[in-house]
Design a protein around this ligand. Structure first.
Ligand code: 4FV
Length: 248
């Protein structure tokens, strides 16, 4: 996968994209990330990339022309048929399902807004998709772009160590993950559940599924409405409901 990032702050990406899994995915040519500084595509001597809003009002707006030049110059004839994603609070909210959909693309372009946002003609001329990482306002689209790159990198086959790690993720299964344990077997008197050290894989799998269902029931019950639940899951959830039901 190749991701072209258009930003006024390319150096913000250095840290997050040069460590651990994302660094290794680039070393193994599973992922290529190209950072483009929109300011490099200005034509005026002051390299202006933003201006005051027509109609007045506070704040500044990112100009369309430097962004247009950056996209055309760097993407060339690949531009028309590749997803161009604007990171903004007005976008569809990023979920694991949205990430799985985008992870099928060979190439993506990400536009990072700043100030009050981009000129609307950026959307009209270039943007094919708009993604928000959540209902809050950040100083720029760079962190959302990094979040999107991180969630996509994990979904690239071969990017993660254990082959199936991504499949069991919270949200990848539609429900939350249950508790995890590793050595020591006891810490400050807290011991690892016996089922996990008993070596009975079917019991371990069942226990993990029930813990995941319990955590989802307690913290994000709405996820259960869209989760793929089998009969055993439904019976287990019934017992949780009885547990929580007020005494008659
Ligand atoms: C944002 C979000 C976000 C809005 C104004 C950048 C800021 C500034 N992007 N998910 N939430 N963007 O807050 O994606 O231009």
């Amino acid at each position: 996968m190749q991701i072209d990032v258009f930003t006024l702050f390319p150096d913000m990406f250095v840290g997050p994209l040069t460590e651990s899994i994302i660094a290794r995915a680039q070393e193994n040519n599973l992922l290529t990330i190209k950072r483009h500084n929109i300011r490099d595509f200005t034509t005026d001597k002051h390299h202006i990339t933003d201006d005051t809003p027509y109609g007045g009002g506070g704040g500044m707006i990112m100009k369309v022309d430097p962004i247009a030049a950056a996209l055309a110059t760097t993407l060339g004839d690949a531009l028309p048929d590749m997803p161009v994603i604007l990171l903004s609070p007005q976008g569809r909210v990023l979920t694991q399902q949205v990430a799985q959909e985008l992870a099928r693309q060979a190439r993506l372009a990400l536009i990072c807004g700043r100030y009050e946002g981009v000129d609307e003609r950026v959307r009209q001329l270039f943007v094919t998709d708009e993604i928000s990482i959540g209902d809050y306002v950040l100083t720029g689209g760079e962190l959302p772009a990094m979040v999107l790159i991180d969630v996509l990198a994990r979904l690239i086959p071969g990017a993660l160590g254990a082959a199936d790690a991504a499949e069991n993720d919270s949200h990848a299964t539609g429900i939350l993950e249950g508790p995890h344990y590793t050595r020591p077997a006891t810490f400050r008197g807290l011991t690892v559940p016996d089922v996990l050290t008993g070596g009975h894989h079917a019991r371990i799998q069942r226990w993990r599924r029930e813990q995941a269902l319990r955590r989802t029931w307690q913290r994000r019950p709405e996820l259960l409405l869209s989760a793929a639940l089998d009969e055993a899951d439904k019976w287990f959830l019934m017992t949780l409901a009885e547990e929580d039901a007020p005494p008659p």
